[in-house]
Design a protein around this ligand. Structure first.
Ligand code: DON
Length: 303
């Protein structure tokens, strides 16, 4: 398969799409990005890679980080994590409060904000130095020691934290948050403020394409855990657009309001694409379009 040719053809096609929509601005620091940035990096499990555009440029990975915190918590606590967070698609926006009240503080899944906040709470309880240990985990699975938090983005999110604070307080009232609410928010805002390139993200997501193996071949997740994380990404990775992403792209993946999307074809490859302009559900317009055309042209997906 000539992956480089396909990447170039697909990029040419999507660049002709009308310039609708704009980057996220509810976290003001994110709105400063050039909306016309575009990068993609494809990483095969045999070590080959193909890229195009701004694939080496760092951007705010936002909710894509929820897959990393879930993986770390799952690797430490095993199946116990599912006592406090479910695995059902929410069909609601990422920061919705409505289901939490009906479902007594148990989030629908670990990839919506409420679920990621509960996972943050678990990690704070389990890790000696939560932020440092989390960062070390992401560096390890990416095989890249240069990854870091963007502290300006974390601060910007703190200043507009009303909804995430409401979610955390509501869950605390139901007994599903054990640590101090501000501590949980602080961890969560930093994890979302991880700054990574498409290349680094694709390398990190190779963990799920290689069924739980890190670049140094250390087993981080069991094969079953890796299967389950891919299943949760497939059904919940795009919030109220998870069905649409599955329908159009046919890969497990995760989006972030920084405009990134990372996806995997288990046993074959991981891919990360970045374009900051978002659709109304908070997912990258061109990122989704790129992946739709990519899996259509390669005739290769999990289905
Ligand atoms: O909590 C928030 O609102 C952001 N830190 C993350 C949201 C996000 O990336 C949703 N994804 N599309």
């Amino acid at each position: 398969m000539d992956y480089q040719k396909i990447i170039e053809e697909v990029k040419e096609t999507i660049c002709r799409e009308p310039a609708y929509s704009k980057p996220a601005d509810y976290i003001p620091e994110l709105s400063k990005i050039d909306p016309y940035k575009f990068g993609v990096h494809l990483q095969l499990i045999d070590g080959k890679s193909f890229s195009k555009g701004d694939f080496n440029e760092h951007f705010s990975i936002q909710s894509i980080s929820k897959v990393f915190s879930l993986s770390l918590a799952y690797s430490i606590l095993g199946e116990k994590i599912w006592d406090r967070v479910d695995v059902e698609p929410s069909g609601d926006p990422f920061n919705s409060l409505v289901q939490l009240e009906y479902e007594k503080g148990i989030p629908r899944n670990p990839l919506i904000n409420a679920g990621a906040l509960v996972i943050s709470d678990m990690l704070i309880s389990e890790l000696e130095n939560p932020l440092e240990d989390f960062l070390a985990f992401v560096r390890k699975i990416s095989g890249d020691t240069l990854i870091n938090f963007d502290l300006k983005v974390a601060q910007s999110e703190w200043e507009h934290s009303w909804r995430n604070a409401a979610l955390t307080n509501l869950m605390k009232s139901f007994g599903n948050i054990q640590n101090n609410v501000d501590e949980v928010l602080n961890f969560y805002f930093h994890q979302c403020a991880l700054s990574m390139s498409c290349k680094q993200l694709a390398k990190a997501f190779l963990l799920f394409a290689r069924r739980g193996l890190a670049p140094d071949l250390e087993r981080i997740l069991s094969i079953s855990q890796s299967k389950r994380i891919n299943a949760v990404m497939q059904t919940c990775g795009f919030y109220d657009e998870a069905g649409e992403f599955s329908f159009r792209v046919g890969l497990p993946g995760k989006s972030g309001v920084g405009g990134g999307i990372a996806a995997v074809l288990p046993g074959e490859y991981s891919i990360a694409v970045w374009s900051p302009r978002l659709n109304k559900n908070g997912n990258s317009c061109l990122g989704m379009k790129f992946l739709e055309l990519f899996t259509t042209k390669t005739e290769y997906s999990v289905f």
